[in-house]
Design a protein around this ligand. Structure first.
Ligand SMILES: Cc1ncc(COP(=O)(O)O)c(C=O)c1O
Length: 387
């Protein structure tokens, strides 16, 4: 694990990003994806720090945005507008106007009403806007309910019968051009079976459309590839070959159709750590607590999704004990790990919460008027390899 050389004197809590690991991860993804018509778009909702975006942009991959501000930031960080896709179940009119005027690759449309609004705004701007229809494939990704997006219980996308109906009467929409279909069924998906099931659904939808003479230029299969939160050192980079092979093997797509992937967590997840200092320790008759200076305001995933993050005491090598690692916020859910096994811990020790490069800093808040954690990047400061 790489850390700042002065990790124990920097003011805590702070995020640290291993940019070398980020670069190696993207290179591995691009190598595994270097196949005819496959294209990667980084899902910037996972981490929208400028330094991270600029690093990613050097690899010439596309980007997936979910708000007008993300779109503006992608453009500011140098992404080509033609490599930007824009999803989101509730885009407002200003965001739609911005996307249309920015001539992005496609707006991913999540309802028939949204399609009508985009068509109207596009007409007012004298444009014909490229859009993709987001399909709700009714597939349960089997992940935490808060990050499952592809079932009919979720708000995302358009049901398959409605996709057919809309595609068949697309002539009604004079100011939009349907260039593709978009799928995204959830996040932190480990089992390749789920992606196989999605491929089968996509094949059915596309072949039924083909029977009616409808073929789209683009297919967007979303993101969702999970990372190894238990063993970040053993598996710092996910098996991208395994992932892309699923699509090579199971996805039928017409010749010349480009297949777009929107990967977030699998790109940035393992490159980030949250470094925090132990303020106090205490015990009750049932529990031993390590109270740290980072809170759920800095990393909400454990509270929101019951997510597991490996926690390491990097300043102690004493015998191992079990701790609940908790933050300073007045909420019982402000807990980073229950019964975490760590070397005996005391005030002033430094803990490293691993695998927080995705959906970590970007989801932070200022609840309790807390100061936002700073970020450091390995290509800007001296670093060491710890253990
Ligand atoms: C539409 C869309 N695409 C891509 C992603 C990225 O997913 P992940 O970070 O799991 O790869 C998300 C995240 O939930 C999403 O909502």
């Amino acid at each position: 694990m790489r850390l700042p050389a002065n990790y124990n004197t920097l003011e805590t809590p702070y995020y640290f990003y291993d940019i070398e690991l980020l670069n190696s991860t993207i290179e591995a993804a691009l190598k595994a994806c270097s196949y005819n018509n496959f294209r990667i778009h980084y899902a910037m909702k996972a981490n929208a720090n400028s330094e991270i975006l600029k690093t990613i942009n050097r690899h010439n991959i596309g980007i997936d945005c979910v708000s007008g501000n993300e779109l503006k930031k992608a453009l500011k960080c140098g992404f080509n507008s033609s490599d930007i896709v824009f999803a989101g179940v509730g885009k407002n009119d200003n965001e739609i106007r911005l996307a249309i005027n920015s001539n992005i690759h496609a707006i991913n449309v999540e309802s028939e009403e949204e399609l009508e609004v985009i068509n109207t705004i596009s007409g007012e701007l004298n444009k014909v806007t490229d859009i993709a229809l987001r399909v709700n494939p009714d597939i349960d990704a089997g992940t935490h309910k808060h990050i499952t997006t592809g079932t009919n219980h979720n708000k995302f996308g358009i049901s398959i019968p409605d996709i057919h109906r809309i595609a068949e009467c697309s002539y009604r929409f004079k100011n939009v051009k349907i260039i593709g279909l978009h799928f995204h069924i959830g996040s932190q998906i480990d089992g390749m079976d789920t992606f196989v099931a999605m491929c089968n659904t996509i094949n059915n939808v596309q072949s039924n459309l083909l029977n009616k003479g409808i073929v789209f230029k683009h297919l967007n299969v979303g993101g969702g590839l999970g990372i190894d939160y238990n063993n970040p050192d053993r598996n710092p980079i996910v098996d991208f070959n395994n992932y892309f092979d699923v699509f090579r093997k199971y996805l039928n797509y017409p010749h010349k159709q480009t297949v777009h992937f929107e990967l977030g967590r699998s790109i940035t997840g393992q490159c980030g750590s949250l470094i925090t200092k132990v303020l106090y320790t205490k015990s009750t008759s049932r529990k031993r607590f390590a109270i740290v200076d980072a809170g759920m305001t800095d990393l909400i995933r454990p509270a929101l999704y019951n997510a597991y993050h490996k926690i390491e005491n990097i300043t102690s090598t004493a015998i191992k004990l079990r701790y609940d690692v908790v933050g300073p916020i007045c909420e019982s859910s402000d807990c980073f790990g229950k019964n975490a096994l760590m070397p005996e811990t005391k005030r002033g020790d430094i803990l490293c919460i691993r695998s927080v490069g995705a959906y970590g800093q970007v989801m932070s808040s200022q609840y309790n008027l807390r100061e936002p954690a700073r970020a450091y990047y390995s290509d800007m400061i001296e670093t060491i390899n710890h253990r």
